[in-house]
Design a protein around this ligand. Structure first.
Ligand SMILES: Cc1ncc(COP(=O)(O)O)c(C=O)c1O
Length: 389
């Protein structure tokens, strides 16, 4: 089936994509906040990688591999509203944040890092481990006020990973820029499920990855740098950032112009191959349609969770809610383990409970089935559903 044949707008049209994701045939896959389902085409892309390595050998570097961290970044760019040539691929968000951080030398009093206390822990660990920085980790309600004229960077999550709360990015950017601070927006939990325009938001950097809502597998972090900051000089650098890398000149590095400047060592080529198909599909389906389906399914989940009286920290206002619904019945952790045994794919996070994350490829029935199963397990009456091997 071609893309245009699938280009309707209803849930049935979205269901037509299901056969592209093999795992949907054997599980109730509701864990795209953690690992998006693998598109069948990713396997073909990895075979293509293996063929290039086997048959083209070292020539493969000249036949596309060298450019891949920028070429794949160019596929991420339209999904997050970034211009071509502003996104590079890195192993992880943590490393992409480290590249950003290495562009700055905190001098004098401007050495403060401000973020929300629900920020992803890896990001908090990175900033917290740096000598010479003061970290202010504050509740979301106090974030804007905490940004002051001593603030260097505001590395925040767009959508909080536990609660799925969507932060008020324009207000944060406005305050940061007014006092001379720069914003690093982590879009890991928004790219691919929430319409996103990093240019219009005016953020200085954005980081994210293809692992979750972009269905691209691990090892595919990305970094967007606002075009007018493209002259920054990351100290976490390497030969790929050199203006003429194959001259192997002695240091200091002469930085490349353009996106290569933000790279460092040899990229993870197989991971980049794996990411291409997910990015193609997300683009073809369209994030606006994905968001429509996501709002519908998360609302449906919340309704049946409420009907059963289970607590949830997920925002009720759709405009403030990402793609995940958390539900916290008594014994949630034990229930989450039983769900996994029974082929319901979800995860459990302390403080949030069971996280359920439908993507465009999930159905109403799948959302109804998981809440029914949680209720049955909570009542000690699980369904007769087959368990996984
Ligand atoms: C908001 C957010 N940031 C970052 C990460 C992961 O960071 P990294 O790519 O460094 O593993 C995750 C999820 O795993 C996340 O939810």
């Amino acid at each position: 089936m071609s893309g245009s044949e699938r280009a309707g707008s209803g849930a049935e049209d979205l269901a037509a994509w299901r056969h592209e994701f093999p795992i949907l045939g054997s599980t109730n896959y509701l864990i795209s906040n953690s690992l998006g389902a693998m598109p069948r085409g990713a396997a073909a892309a990895l075979e293509q990688y293996a063929r290039a390595w086997a048959k083209r050998g070292v020539r493969a570097w000249d036949e596309g591999w060298w450019e891949m961290p920028v070429a794949v970044g160019d596929m991420v760019a339209p999904i997050i509203g970034a211009p071509t040539g502003t996104v590079t691929m890195h192993q992880s968000v943590t490393l992409a944040e480290a590249v950003v951080l290495s562009c700055f030398e905190p001098r004098g009093p401007r050495n403060k890092i401000v973020f929300e206390d629900g920020n992803f822990p890896s990001v908090q660990y990175l900033y917290g481990a740096q000598p010479g920085l003061r970290v202010a980790s504050v509740p979301v309600e106090r974030l804007v006020d905490a940004i002051d004229d001593q603030t260097l960077l505001v590395p925040i999550s767009h959508v909080l990973f536990k609660s799925s709360f969507v932060q008020d990015v324009p207000a944060i950017v406005e305050k940061a820029h007014r006092v001379g601070a720069l914003v690093v927006l982590d879009v890991y939990q928004s790219a691919g499920v929430l319409p996103l325009d990093v240019g219009a938001l005016g953020v200085d950097f954005a980081v994210g990855g293809c692992l979750k809502w972009l269905c691209g597998g691990p090892g595919n972090g990305f970094l967007y740098v606002r075009p007018d900051l493209a002259q920054l000089t990351p100290k976490l650098t390497g030969w790929m950032a050199h203006a003429d890398p194959f001259r192997f000149e002695p240091p200091p590095i002469r930085y490349a112009e353009g996106p290569f400047r933000f790279l460092n060592g040899t990229p993870s080529i197989p991971c980049l191959y794996a990411a291409i198909e997910g990015l193609r599909i997300i683009r073809e389906v369209g994030v606006a349609r994905i968001r429509e389906q996501s709002v519908r399914l998360t609302e449906r989940l919340l309704r049946s969770i409420d009907e059963r009286g289970f607590p949830s920290i997920t925002p009720r206002d759709a405009a403030r809610r990402g793609g995940t619904v958390a539900v916290n019945p008594p014994d949630a952790e034990a229930i989450s383990r039983r769900l996994l045994e029974r082929n319901f794919f979800i995860d459990y996070r302390p403080g949030a409970g069971i996280r359920i994350s439908p993507h465009f490829y999930n159905t109403d029935d799948e959302c109804d089935a998981i809440v029914a199963e949680i209720a049955a397990l909570a009542a000690g009456r699980p369904s007769l559903r087959a368990t996984r091997h």
